[in-house]
Design a binder for this molecule. Structure first.
Ligand code: SF4
Length: 345
């Protein structure tokens, strides 16, 4: 199919069926496109909308985000997962604000040089905010193109990824770049869904190879299955007389980096050592039900243990990176969703 026909078909469909009222489409700026694109990675639109709106209320400009504390940024991200994205947002906001005069660059090379911005996000910022040509290849577009051109293999493999980028480049237009980018994302989200694509409504149906093969579910190829290892841990919910729980802030890099979590121990026998170190005395303890949280590369099986404590005279009252968190009167802290859920039960 010639690129101009492909583009026309997609744009005609977009005019009647595309989404035009998403919050980040209302006032289009590079900042808003960037935030929405980062939030939308691995996350559904319906989930992202309230996060985006809260984020914009608190950080309406790149400068406001750059000047916010990382704690505040992580707090606004709590529940979206993949927290490295939030830390990179903060770093990029600081680069754009303090080194670039609050102006996002419009070239792909300069955009991908910023923390957390990959080629597809750079393409979305350039094509939507700056109205300049650039292909994108997010999860939705990968699915559309893999099916349309019957590209075999898992897109995580370099050769497959490259092939898909070549196709994305071939069909990417020089004009109406913002509409085209949004149209391709919408096509994947609305019609070319993972399961049961609505091919009868699709503007590409006459030339779609997967459709003609009747084999849409085969594309894109699945990631080779691997069995995730299981790690286990005890999460110690140290509770004081005010019913507040002790949280500690993780170091900035690593798993749940910069987020606030309860102390962890490997086995129950380590509890007294932990409490001694913290200057706390155990008055009562109770094991709660086991839970599992699955990360992209392992399962974490964790058992919460609720421990009532009193402070000993040895306790140093003000220690950095520790707070007593009262779920009834919560502080604005960045917390991983499973911990937030645990504390609210
Ligand atoms: S025809 Fe079906 S499988 Fe092909 S691109 Fe359209 S929705 Fe996807």
């Amino acid at each position: 199919m010639k690129p101009e026909y492909f583009q026309q078909a997609v744009l005609d469909w977009f005019e009647h069926q595309g989404r035009t009222d998403l919050p980040w489409q209302k006032t289009i700026t590079a900042y808003r496109v960037w935030i929405s694109e980062i939030m939308l990675q691995q996350t559904q639109v319906a989930t992202v909308i309230p996060y985006f709106e809260r984020f914009m209320d608190s950080f309406p400009t790149v400068e406001a985000l750059a000047n916010a504390s990382i704690d505040d940024v992580l707090h606004h991200w709590t529940g979206l997962g993949y927290y490295a994205r939030a830390r990179n947002l903060h770093k990029t906001a600081q680069r754009v604000t303090f080194d670039m005069g609050q102006q996002f660059p419009d070239s792909i090379e300069q955009l991908i040089d910023l923390p957390g911005i990959g080629r597809s996000t750079a393409g979305a910022i350039r094509s939507i905010a700056f109205k300049k040509p650039a292909p994108i290849l997010d999860g939705n577009v990968k699915r559309v193109l893999a099916r349309f051109a019957a590209v075999e293999g898992w897109p995580g493999q370099t050769a497959v990824h490259k092939k898909l980028w070549n196709i994305a480049e071939r069909y990417s237009p020089n004009s109406r770049t913002a509409d085209y980018t949004q149209a391709m994302m919408d096509l994947g989200a609305i019609l070319c869904k993972k399961t049961s694509p609505n091919c009868n409504q699709c503007p590409l149906v006459n030339d779609c190879k997967a459709f003609s093969q009747g084999n849409q579910a085969h594309y894109p190829g699945k990631k080779p299955k691997k069995i995730l290892p299981i790690k286990s841990s005890l999460f110690v919910l140290l509770r004081n007389a005010d019913k507040a729980i002790l949280l500690q802030q993780n170091p900035p890099v690593g798993l749940w980096g910069g987020l606030w979590v309860p102390p962890q121990i490997e086995k129950q026998a380590d509890l007294h050592q932990l409490c001694n170190k913290l200057g706390l005395k155990v008055t009562e303890q109770k094991l709660l039900d086991n839970r599992r949280h699955t990360f992209s590369h392992f399962h974490l099986d964790y058992q919460p243990i609720l421990v009532d404590v009193t402070e000993t005279p040895n306790r140093v009252a003000e220690i950095d990176n520790q707070v007593w968190y009262n779920p009834k009167n919560p502080l604005s802290l960045g917390m991983p969703a499973p911990i937030k859920a645990l504390l609210s039960t």
